[in-house]
Ligand binder design. Structure first.
Ligand SMILES: N[C@@H](CCC(=O)N[C@@H](CS)C(=O)NCC(=O)O)C(=O)O
Length: 228
């Protein structure tokens, strides 16, 4: 299998399936398509179009060339392709709940995504404090995220959202990165989850890759004009 991804520092959607594949030791080859712009005539769009009509990363290309796009569809495809691995929780109700929160993440948290773009290499606690003070929708998204994680951890007993590491943790990995970059205030048990999720094998490997990148992409950087 091949996984087409964007820049590790910025591409939150790419992060999810990459972390999942790595965490579960599923064999894949990474194909990195660096962001330059998302203009229709960009090199990025041309490279992605060879594999996906949707024109976005991530895209998973199976060994026979069959392509699946969209992070949630990729996760479902992998769960079916590797039934011996508990990519989703084994328990039906836990699995249903894990799917609920992944769908909630996939289609929600628009403000949190907009105002706290993923930027693993950066540290911007002052931006986090300022935006939260000014933006009620951002505060509401953060409160819902905290509650969602708290409920899942309370019900499962941890260490990850639904017990062992699952697709749900891969789905929230980019939010974990945002919490760190912008130093968003969370209760101690959530801070402990953030630490565990950051240290998980797949997440830690992605972070190493993100830190090794040297690109500064102005269109991904509303708050900075250079890397430091
Ligand atoms: N819902 C999609 C979103 C994918 C997405 O928006 N990817 C971004 C990179 S992080 C992209 O390729 N953007 C290109 C564009 O918007 O033209 C998924 O879950 O994979």
């Amino acid at each position: 299998m091949k996984l087409l991804i964007g820049n590790k520092n910025y591409s939150s959607w790419s992060m999810r399936p990459w972390v999942l594949l790595t965490q579960f030791d599923l064999p894949f080859e990474e194909v990195r398509i660096p962001f330059e712009s998302f203009a229709a005539d960009s090199k990025f769009k041309a490279a992605v179009a060879e594999r996906s009509p949707a024109g976005k990363v991530p895209v998973l290309v199976d060994d026979d060339g069959f392509a699946v796009w969209d992070s949630l569809a990729i996760a479902e495809f992998l769960a079916e392709k590797f039934p011996g691995q508990a990519l989703w929780p084994r328990d039906a109700r836990r699995r249903a709940r894990a799917r609920s929160v992944c769908a909630e993440m996939h289609s929600g948290f628009g403000t949190l995504r907009d105002v706290f773009g993923m930027n693993i290499e950066a540290s911007m606690p002052e931006i986090g404090a300022r935006v939260l003070a000014q933006n009620a929708a951002a505060r509401a998204d953060l409160a819902r995220m905290t509650q969602l994680w708290q409920d899942a951890l309370a019900e499962s007993g941890g260490p990850f959202l639904f017990g062992e590491f699952s697709i749900a943790d891969a789905f929230f990995a980019p939010v974990v990165m945002r919490m760190r970059t912008y130093a968003l205030p969370v209760p101690a048990p959530i801070a402990a989850y953030i630490d565990r999720a950051t240290a998980a094998k797949g997440t830690a490997a992605w972070i190493r890759g993100a830190l090794a990148e040297q690109e500064f992409l102005a269109f991904e950087e509303p708050y900075r004009t250079s890397r430091d």
